[in-house]
Design a protein around this ligand. Structure first.
Ligand SMILES: [Zn+2]
Length: 400
């Protein structure tokens, strides 16, 4: 009986997907949380500790914000790595388009959230000389490719509910905001993710289609103002996206939806619900390699190479997830170790797969729709075929 039940349950979760298979090993680097501030500096760190926040317990306590030097060091490493066509490795950077305007919120007595868009600069008290130029230089060199993460990483409705509350949560939030720190997620998961509200009772729910659409239109506007081009790829904060998110992205011209690891899904278009042709026009990509050295000492380049080999063996791109914290150096030098390990990782892949290609999300979209993509000096052709995969639809939201 139990077996039958288990089988029924499995059948419910397994589905066949018309996915794409590629004739060459493709490497995609996807990176979240760029432009989002954390703990500003040592002074901010000390201030928070003096206010009773016991910083230093987990890696994300050391999350700050990249500096111009962090970005330049990354750009220089990527530029040294070339694929079989001579194209450099390229990192897709998912940007958070606004930060909390802490001074304004405080002047308003914590009644509501005020934001400062990245196009208008960093919030008061935050100082990162040359950072925006460093982004631009990397983009011009073709080694950085900006994409959309969201406007805020946290759910604004959830944060606003706690902003004024007299209890422990409100107190922690106000302590952080007074120190110029928006949140530290592991200490306060109740602030949720941009499109997903954890709710009063811990039962997570997506925001309405209209609310999400409005947020996404605003985010795309800011993105376009900052980068002079609209985004073609997006990744929802916490990987919390539903049909409404995909629909709103598609309406804004976004062609690629980045999904978290898990589920071993090949790149594919959703075709299950014919009613929403906009959402169905978005190409779904799933990360296949977790490259997160900041998470701990047990990180292994060898294990990452094996995961990339698994992807190639299945004919799907190796889609590497590496969050921005790995390149930070302000509060703790994560950058040096990450760059050394990333260098080792890319070198291993290049020597094992002399025909590999470094591609961006939008190149994959072009490949599956046209069979070619444009590189700086040439048009690159890759054989793409459709194959039915028996993919396990693990809800990507289960692993954020
Ligand atoms: Zn994120």
């Amino acid at each position: 009986m139990l077996n039958v039940l288990r089988r029924v349950w499995r059948l419910g979760r397994e589905r066949s997907v018309e996915g794409f298979v590629f004739g060459r090993p493709l490497v995609v680097l996807q990176s979240d949380d760029w432009g989002r501030v954390g703990v500003p500096d040592r002074e901010g760190w000390d201030r928070l500790r003096n206010s009773g926040v016991n910083l230093g317990e987990r890696s994300y306590d050391f999350y700050s914000l990249e500096t111009a030097e962090d970005v330049e060091a990354l750009v220089s490493l990527l530029n040294r790595h070339r694929d079989s066509t001579g194209r450099p490795a390229c990192l897709g950077m998912n940007f958070i388009m606004a930060n909390v305007d802490f001074a304004k919120v405080s002047a308003d007595n914590f009644r509501q959230i005020h934001l400062r868009t990245l196009a208008d600069g960093l919030p008061e008290g935050w100082n990162r000389p040359g950072l925006f130029q460093a982004y631009q230089q990397g983009i011009s060199a073709g080694v950085l490719s900006p994409a959309l993460h969201g406007t805020t990483h946290f759910c604004r409705a959830a944060a606003e509910r706690h902003l004024n509350d007299a209890g422990e949560r409100g107190e922690l939030l106000r302590t952080l905001w007074n120190a110029g720190v928006p949140y530290i997620h592991w200490r306060m998961p109740w602030i949720g993710f941009e499109y997903s509200d954890p709710g009063h009772n811990g039962r997570e729910a997506f925001l309405s289609s209209e609310t999400q659409a409005g947020m996404i239109v605003d985010a795309v506007k800011t993105f376009t103002r900052l980068f002079s081009k609209p985004p073609r790829s997006a990744c929802a904060p916490g990987y919390r996206a539903n049909k409404s998110t995909h629909h709103a992205w598609a309406k804004c011209g976004i062609q690629v939806a980045q999904n978290g690891p898990g589920g071993s899904m090949p790149p594919h278009f959703e075709t299950n619900s014919n009613s929403d042709s906009a959402a169905n026009s978005v190409l779904h990509l799933y990360r296949t390699v977790d490259f997160e050295p900041s998470a701990g000492q047990e990180f292994s380049v060898k294990a990452c190479v094996r995961m990339a080999e698994d992807s190639f063996a299945r004919g799907v791109p190796a889609i590497i997830s590496v969050h921005s914290i790995n390149f930070h150096s302000t509060l703790k030098d994560f950058r040096s170790r990450t760059l050394r390990l990333l260098d080792e990782f890319l070198t291993a892949l290049e020597s094992k797969y002399p025909d590999l290609l470094y591609v961006r999300d939008q190149d994959l979209y072009d490949l599956v729709t046209k069979g070619t993509f444009e590189s700086a000096h040439s048009t690159v052709k890759v054989a793409v075929t459709k194959r039915t995969f028996n993919a396990t639809a693990v809800a990507e939201a289960e692993r954020a």
